[in-house]
Design a protein around this ligand. Structure first.
Ligand code: NDP
Ligand code: 8X3
Length: 252
């Protein structure tokens, strides 16, 4: 049987990278996307003894680049069974009155519009085949709002709304739409949020056991490996030490 194909955005780091590793073990062929070409190549090489991969280097904010990247795939690779919309980040953690316009634009352009641009090129072939699975990476920040989370939370609430809307629009086409919403996961996420301040980023994950990218990757792999009639629509996955965004048991 031909191996199924999964396209993962944000495969160059964190949750996306770990998801590629687990899906390779499950026998998927992979389309690995991100802006950092070298990392994607390293990952593809690492997985070579398990599966075949293609790498696509583009910025999800650039709609024309998304279209070009998709068009560059050989036709056989455009039968994508599973789309993991994972690329995204927080930029800044500021009161609304102190927020930076470029941070707001980055979060809305990447987390929301980028997800739409990628979905728009991938969905038509799923509709044509009447089969497919879209899995959006939301967040606890898409289920609740926290102080200074303003625009990041808004972007992830938008992902939550898009997941529900996509499911309503696509279920009659035989396409599953799911969301996995993590709490705190120790990745490069906080380094990006704090603009390279590694010390500040490290503190986010100190004093308790955060989720690891692999924990989320295993959940994603479970969701996409259910039988065709089963759609796990929405999952919230937290570290045991976290009960809400600002309720983290650091033993203090
Ligand atoms: P990382 O920073 O480790 O990974 C982010 C990934 O997104 C990278 O591969 C990056 O690739 C890609 N990305 C970012 N901006 C762009 C862009 N403009 N164009 C293309 N790709 C882009 O963070 P995580 O793995 O933690 O984040 C993955 C997802 O999980 C995000 O949607 C995030 O919001 C979500 N999430 C994370 C949580 C956490 O605590 N870590 C909790 C809840 C949700 P590159 O830089 O190469 O382009
Ligand atoms: C990422 C987790 O708590 O920083 O979505 O918003 S948090």
């Amino acid at each position: 049987m031909t191996k199924k194909i999964a396209l993962i955005t944000g495969a160059s780091s964190g949750i996306g990278w770990a998801t590629a590793e687990v899906l390779a073990q499950q026998g998927f062929r992979l389309i690995l996307c991100g802006r950092r070409a070298e990392r994607l190549e390293t990952l593809a090489q690492k997985l070579l003894d398990q599966t075949e991969s293609k790498t696509l280097v583009f910025d999800v904010r650039d709609r024309e680049a998304v279209v070009r990247a998709w068009a560059s795939l050989p036709e056989a690779w455009q039968s994508v069974h599973v789309l993991i919309n994972n690329a995204g980040n927080a930029h800044g953690l500021d009161f609304i009155q102190e927020g930076q316009l470029e941070d707001w634009e980055a979060m809305l352009d990447i987390n929301v519009k980028g997800l739409l641009y990628v979905s728009q090129v991938v969905i038509p072939q799923m509709v044509a085949r009447q089969e497919g699975h879209i899995l959006n990476i939301g967040s606890l920040a898409g289920k609740e709002v926290y102080p200074k989370g303003n625009v990041y939370c808004a972007s992830k609430h938008a992902v939550d709304a898009l997941t529900q809307g996509m499911r309503m629009d696509l279920y009659k086409q035989g396409i599953r739409v799911s969301a996995v919403n993590p709490g705190l996961v120790a990745t490069e996420f906080s380094e990006v949020r704090f603009k390279g301040d590694a010390e500040r980023a490290k503190k986010v994950y100190e004093g308790y056991a955060p989720l690891l990218a692999r924990d989320i990757a295993e959940v994603i792999a479970f969701v996409v490996s259910r039988p065709a009639h089963v759609n796990i629509a929405d999952l919230l996955v937290l570290p045991t030490a976290q009960a809400a965004s600002y309720l983290v048991n650091r033993g203090e």
